[in-house]
Design a binder for this molecule. Structure first.
Ligand SMILES: Cc1ncc(COP(=O)(O)O)c(C=O)c1O
Length: 349
């Protein structure tokens, strides 16, 4: 088995690399200057307003996803997994890998489409906000989802790695029949270390803790210390991240306005990624990403999210000067490819 998204990232390099969906890592020395470490589990109890029994510590979000789906399988709670397209490839692949029956549904504007698939022993498994589109279920909708799942005896595993970009208050998330997975990989980024955590339904979290103990017990204390400092300084991290992301968003909006006819942008405020659909006939995301590579710009084609209709561009891992050059190259290439070929009837298909 292969996660092609990772192969793409590992086998390509470019001067203008906007392939990452995270924010520039925070150097460990800067983390140390922010304060003292506390008990990380206590930090989580306070931030999420939950009980320790609702918490598991992992090494990353994907480990949390793996443990959550496996836990539900062990508990006999999964007959059918529902995933969406477009979606982060490891999420789409995991149910198949576990030999679970899977249905993939295509979403366009909203994740609420998922509500139609709730049945006894179904598990909704999705990223919220969605990678690559950024669309997300608000807290109010998450409560409605939890109510509906409880009524129908179904569950949701929600990869929430991007949640803090769009939601600063993490209290009052619904716990019943819900599992949320998190890590430091996007919002609290450090290149030297990583920690993950799971928040959710007590009975499932108990099983998750058992699975983590089986596969990869005990996150190293030093990692927990750094993440404890960062998570206590969430406001600082937010400001710092937005200081990188928002100037790039402004540049993106300016450049798209200048040459907007051939693209359609999916961008949700404060997210570190945008998805650019190409509105010119015959030009796929992978063709276009390869063309950009020849001009020293690295993006991620839609192919790796299940729909090859555009490219994902990261907004948080390069500073404005490089981002502007990357965007100009992207728009120039679109004009080269699409001028004369634009088919407006394709626009919203
Ligand atoms: C939706 C989603 N989940 C999980 C991950 C990876 O998380 P981790 O490194 O914590 O396993 C990514 C990385 O891009 C992601 O986009």
């Amino acid at each position: 088995m292969e996660i092609e998204h990772f192969t793409w990232l590992r086998t390509h390099k470019a001067r203008y690399d906007v392939s990452s969906s995270g924010v520039k890592p925070i150097p460990l020395d800067d983390v140390m200057k922010l304060g003292e470490a506390e008990d990380f589990t206590e930090n989580l109890v306070n931030i999420y307003g939950v009980n320790k029994r609702n918490l598991a510590i992992t090494h990353g979000t994907q480990e949390g996803n793996f443990a959550a789906l496996t836990a539900l399988r062990e508990l006999g709670k999964v007959e059918h997994v529902i995933t969406v397209i477009p979606e982060y490839e490891p999420i789409r692949v995991l149910p198949r890998f576990l030999h679970l029956r899977q249905t993939e549904i295509v979403i366009n504007e909203s994740l609420t489409e998922l509500f139609n698939y709730i049945k006894k022993n179904s598990v909704l498994f999705f990223s919220n906000p969605n990678n690559p589109l950024g669309i997300f279920l608000s807290k109010k909708l998450l409560w409605e989802l939890s109510d509906e799942l409880r009524r129908k005896d179904a569950y949701a595993v929600i990869d929430s790695i991007f949640l803090e970009f769009v939601e600063s208050n993490l209290r009052d998330l619904p716990m019943e029949n819900m599992i949320f997975t998190f890590s430091t990989s996007k919002f609290y980024t450090m290149s030297e270390l990583k920690v993950g955590w799971v928040v959710g339904d007590e009975s499932v979290v108990k099983e998750i803790n058992g699975i983590v103990d089986l596969v990869s017990p005990l996150v190293i204390d030093l990692n927990l210390k750094y993440v404890s400092i960062l998570i206590q300084n969430r406001k600082w991290v937010r400001e710092r991240n937005l200081g990188i992301i928002m100037p790039n968003v402004e540049i993106m909006r300016k450049i798209i306005k200048e040459a907007g006819d051939y693209v359609n942008i999916s961008y949700v405020e404060y997210m570190p990624i945008l998805y650019m659909r190409l509105r010119c006939r015959g030009v796929t995301g992978s063709y276009f990403s390869n063309k950009l590579l020849s001009k020293d710009v690295l993006t991620v084609p839609g192919q790796y999210f299940g729909k090859d209709d555009g490219i994902r561009i990261g907004l948080g891992s390069v500073l404005r000067n490089d981002f502007e050059i990357a965007m100009r190259i992207i728009m120039e290439s679109i004009n080269e490819e699409c001028a004369g070929l634009h088919d407006p009837t394709d626009a919203d298909s």
